[in-house]
Write a protein that binds this ligand. Structure first.
Ligand SMILES: Nc1ncnc2c1ncn2[C@@H]1O[C@H](COP(=O)(O)OP(=O)(O)OP(=O)(O)O)[C@@H](O)[C@H]1O
Length: 632
């Protein structure tokens, strides 16, 4: 997370490490106002120096664009940038619009072949505009091809069989995914996205001809493991005729699917010149996929492979720049749908347009097809099948921006959701302790018992019993402070031996990728006594692997984690420490993501005013992707 969201006081000391040495003019002013980090200033200064750009206002715009990337925006709107600067320092001599825009547009730094680009009245670092264009072009090219060849009779039979008496929305989503090259299946938790994916795969495997090669992936190891387990569980429920290879399908991280190249974070083994061999690629938790990753994925997937992007567009976007899933949903649905195809699975949209578009399972073509409208590439599921009741109701109210409804659910006696007001600004107090401590201690005791007994699987399962989620990493309500508080509780219960880094039941979060051990940033493990030795166990693709503690370089104890980190995971119960109302992280998406991590109970630590502030503020991420897509 960016420094500006993590700093709690403006730098006062001239030698504060947040201040860029040697900065002057507007860059210095924005740095002192804590809008720009020292790194933003240095990068902007360097870019401007290389191009010989003397205008201080342009340098400020470049630094704001660099800052934008850091906070997840692939580009910036100068009007918003000015508003941010004015908010931080209302008396500052910030450039005024439209002069600022004119200066930036006329700059030597902006234009074809230069480091910055101007489009849609937005300022981009060149690399990100190129990526947006590539994503748009690849999606458009995939769409421009004749649709996949489908045996309509087998498809209609399969749909009738697999969705008999079921959710019509899921059936529609499955039909789209079976008949299009690129499909987005969106929906909140428990709306049946994975159920639908499993059935789409069954439909495709049930088509005549060669069995399609299927890859399933997700941005994190945890999300990949959940996808694999859910698809396998769904497969077991299918009739033997529909089950095919589904129970043996595995899922991997996206990075692994694309092929890690040691030392290269932006490039992969599979790219446009070395495409992935799969006929169907399913990506879950797509909301977490950054623009850069989506660009890499689209160039690696064969044009004649189906791509099924699954996720919840209302969740927090990727940690890195971009809000690709939300943009795709908005951009793809921005165009009115074509008149509905006649019939269902036997309608024209499901037929082959060209006999030459033979793929796996190709059959002689039917009559010419009408290409489905772009809106037909997105299916949004809205019926919740998993947790009924309070959590779903609260999530729906938050998503709809209805704070009154959210607070009404939270105030309901005996509900599975609760709001506990802290007694101090650090988000603590007797009521908070009384509510959270039993959950924390109970979970740690269960993990410890399993770890002492050498039961790694059980220890990992118990670890998901409860988790504290914070908006911030540092600061009074941050992960560090909560970890300290929790460790004190555990020490008082003899669950944390003094002065020992490693002990049975220590839960750890991997904080950097380790290619040798195949452990990835975000993986969670637990120390378990295994044959008299303390080993750290992780679940990898459904099986347990363990390592000596000394081999793990970048891990930290994880009783509490940031909401961003928790994406792709679910826990039985969740305690969410709300950010203060004026925190830039106090957004609707953050609250929605946090509370939907819970399966049975959610406890929010915060005030009514903080709930209102979060619900009222959708996260702002600048991107031109949806405009680009709507424009063709
Ligand atoms: N049409 C349906 N009829 C009955 N149960 C269903 C239906 N669709 C889904 N379910 C059940 O609802 C639960 C959630 O489904 P699923 O895991 O597919 O949702 P999801 O949207 O993928 O959830 P998540 O976002 O948490 O991964 C599962 O137990 C599934 O069996």
């Amino acid at each position: 997370m960016s420094t500006f969201t993590e700093s709690f006081e403006r730098p006062q000391d001239p030698y504060d490490r947040r201040l860029a040495l040697g900065a002057s003019g507007l860059l210095r002013a924005a740095n002192v106002a804590d809008v720009l980090s020292a790194a933003d200033v240095h990068v902007a200064t360097r870019i401007a120096q290389l191009a010989g750009e003397p205008d201080d206002r342009v340098r400020l715009a470049v630094a704001m664009a660099v800052r934008g990337i850091r906070s997840g925006s692939v580009c910036i709107d100068l009007a918003q940038a000015r508003a941010t600067l004015l908010l931080a320092d209302p008396g500052g001599d910030w450039p005024v619009l439209p002069d600022w825009r004119d200066a930036v547009r006329a700059s030597l730094l902006v234009g074809a072949g230069r480091p910055l680009q101007w489009e849609f009245d937005l300022l981009y670092l060149d690399r990100y505009r190129t990526q947006e264009q590539q994503v748009r072009d690849d999606l458009r090219d995939r769409r421009a091809q004749p649709p996949p060849v489908v045996d309509r009779v087998a498809l209609a039979d399969g749909l009738d069989r697999l969705f008999a008496g079921g959710d019509p929305g899921q059936r529609h989503a499955a039909e789209l995914a079976a008949t299009g090259w690129t499909t987005v299946i969106g929906g909140g938790p428990g709306t049946g996205k994975t159920t639908t994916v499993a059935r789409v795969l069954a439909l495709l495997m049930g088509q005549p001809g060669a069995r399609p090669r299927v890859a399933m992936a997700a941005p994190t190891g945890k999300a990949a493991a959940r996808l694999q387990a859910a698809v396998q569980a769904q497969a077991v429920a299918l009739s033997p005729a529909d089950r095919h290879d589904l129970p043996t399908l595995t899922a991997s991280t996206l990075h692994r699917l694309l092929g890690w190249l040691p030392g290269r974070s932006q490039r992969f083994r599979h790219d446009r010149d070395n495409r992935l061999p799969f006929d169907v690629v399913v990506v879950d938790e797509t909301s977490m996929v950054s623009l850069t990753m989506m660009a890499r994925l689209l160039e690696a997937v064969r044009p004649d492979a189906r791509l099924i992007l699954v996720g919840d567009p209302d969740q927090l976007a990727s940690v890195e720049a971009g809000a690709v899933l939300a943009d795709l949903v908005a951009g793809l649905t921005a165009v009115p749908a074509a008149p509905p195809a006649t019939g269902s699975a036997t309608g024209s949209a499901t037929e082959s347009a060209a006999g030459s578009a033979a793929g796996p399972g190709a059959v002689p073509p039917g009559p010419p097809a009408i290409a489905p409208a772009r809106a037909d590439a997105v299916a949004l599921l809205d019926r919740t099948w998993r947790f009924g009741g309070d959590i779903a109701e609260l999530a729906a109210a938050v998503r709809a921006g209805d704070a009154d409804a959210a607070l009404a659910v939270l105030a309901r006696p005996g509900a599975d959701v609760a709001l506990i007001a802290p007694e101090d600004t650090a988000g603590a107090g007797a009521a908070v302790d009384a509510a959270v401590r039993p959950d924390v201690v109970g979970t740690a005791a269960a993990v410890r018992a399993a770890a002492d007994a050498g039961e790694a699987q059980e220890a990992l399962r118990r670890l998901d019993g409860h988790r504290v989620l914070c908006a911030h990493r540092s600061g009074p309500r941050g992960v560090t402070q909560w970890t300290y508080r929790i460790e004190n509780w555990l020490a008082a219960e003899d669950l944390l031996p003094p002065h020992r880094l490693w002990y049975p039941g220590r839960p750890v979060l991997v904080t950097a990728n380790d290619y040798t051990l195949r452990l990835f940033n975000g993986d969670v493990g637990v120390a378990v006594l295994t044959g008299g030795q303390l080993r750290v166990s992780f679940s990898q693709h459904g099986r347990i692997v363990d390592y000596a503690p000394g081999r793990l370089a970048d891990v930290q104890t994880v009783h509490a984690m940031t909401v961003h980190r928790s994406q792709g995971s679910q826990f039985d119960r969740v305690t969410v420490v709300l950010p203060e109302a004026d925190s830039p992280l106090c957004t609707r998406e953050l609250l929605y993501t946090a509370l939907t991590r819970a399966q049975t109970r959610v406890r929010l630590i915060g005030t009514e005013a903080e709930v209102r502030a979060a619900v009222a503020r959708p996260a702002a991420r600048a991107s031109g992707l949806r405009l680009r897509m709507a424009g063709g």
